[in-house]
Write a protein that binds this ligand. Structure first.
Ligand code: PMP
Length: 377
């Protein structure tokens, strides 16, 4: 089996799984319980949050544990937007649906501006400067794109936003955290989000990490748990898994990045030599984790599902567009924003690699795609 869909999810790390089982069985008490067992759980919860903040260098932030980045994005975005009855919100045309759909739902109340991407797959910072104003309440720009792997210029966004203190910045860091070192100071970001299952932890877990002073209007009603923002009894074992996942991926960040980048370039060069392969991912600001391609055979682009199922026959698993929208017969939105080519966007296939990927696996994929033109004559 050759798994090349790490941007959709990663296999759980053995140590993280063992730790999950241990915490789940030993620290089952509710952290809000007054008795000693509850307080032991609560101590562990506090400790894990402190460790995460320390590892990420965030002295003035706090952690809200969620079921994943989707929930974290919703809590953060609605948490700001629901404090206002109008104003401007700025985002991009290439956000994950957990941001994009929130934005669509806010259009009736706010002036929502969608920034385009250029040929390098990133926003034009001059465009942001043009549209941001004293009326802007929220800016939501992802760090690493989940479809083409490009890195948005968050450092420049932070710089522009310094003159607009009313506007709060949410960065969807799901595809960046633990994979690439930020070229900006994470501590300057008002809020960021991620999912634990993208960094070798279990599913159903993630975080919203926000600056302490930022007030969010509570989105889910219930108790006062988790800074009065995310009520409900959470699973301490998942919280502990998130802590360990962050610790492990940050400890190995540079070596994993170096390895993955080399492998990515090997894949990129291999695929570039196949005449049927059209590469969609721009290289200039790339995170070297996911490579998006379309197959052009006998004068037309091949539907992404056809390529996915063709590779599946060789036990190779890739993704079409973003995993979350892959069951919908829609053109891939990010590839469309990048290429403005509808047929090429319907044909978009995402290959995402990790430090677990081997050169042999890449060779097998390249060989399978090389044969495509010969088989489908
Ligand atoms: N943001 C990005 C950039 C993602 O890639 C994903 C997962 N595909 C999410 C948010 C949502 O993560 P989850 O499905 O774990 O909630």
């Amino acid at each position: 089996m050759i798994y090349l869909d790490y941007a959709a999810s990663t296999p759980v790390d053995e140590e993280i799984l063992a730790n999950y089982c241990n915490v789940e069985s030993k620290y089952f008490a509710n952290i809000t319980s007054m008795h000693m067992l509850g307080q032991k759980s609560n101590y562990m919860y506090e400790q894990i949050s402190q460790d995460i903040l320390k590892t990420l260098g965030l002295p003035d932030h706090e952690v809200i544990y969620t079921s994943g980045a989707t929930e974290a994005n919703n809590i953060g975005l609605f948490g700001i937007a629901n404090k206002y009855s109008g104003g401007t919100i700025i985002t991009t045309k290439v956000e994950h649906p957990s941001v994009a759909e929130v934005m669509q739902s806010l259009e009736s109340r706010f002036n929502v501006i969608y920034l385009d991407i250029n040929a390098d797959g990133i926003i034009d910072i001059e465009e942001l400067k043009k549209v941001i104003s004293k009326d802007t309440i929220l800016v939501s720009i992802m760090w690493v794109n989940n479809v083409i792997g490009t890195i948005q210029p968050i450092k420049d966004v932070i710089k522009v936003m310094k003159d607009y203190p009313k506007a709060k910045l949410l960065v969807d860091a799901t595809q960046g955290i633990g994979k690439i070192r930020p070229d900006f100071n994470l501590a300057d970001v008002d809020m960021f989000t991620f999912s634990t299952h993208k960094i070798y932890g279990p599913k159903g877990s993630g975080c919203l990490i926000k600056k302490k002073g930022i007030e969010l209007l509570k989105y889910i009603q219930g108790s006062h748990a988790q800074h009065n923002l995310r009520p409900g009894t959470f699973d301490l074992a998942l919280v502990s898994s998130t802590g360990l996942a962050i610790k492990k991926c940050m400890a190995n960040l540079d070596s994993h990045y170096k390895y993955t980048k080399e492998l990515y370039m090997y894949l990129y060069n291999g695929l570039s030599s196949i005449k049927e392969v059209v590469i969609n991912s721009p290289l200039k600001y790339n995170s070297f984790n996911c490579l998006n391609i379309s197959i052009f055979n006998k004068g037309k682009f091949v539907k992404s599902e056809t390529v996915l199922h063709y590779l599946e026959q060789s036990d190779i698993y890739v993704s079409i567009g973003s995993s979350c929208s892959s069951k919908l017969a829609k053109p891939e939105a990010t590839v469309l924003a990048l290429t403005k080519d509808m047929d090429r966007s319907y044909a978009a296939v995402r290959i995402s690699i990790s430090y677990l990927t081997t050169k042999e696996e890449i060779d097998t994929l390249i060989n399978a795609l090389r044969k495509y033109g010969e088989i489908y004559v």
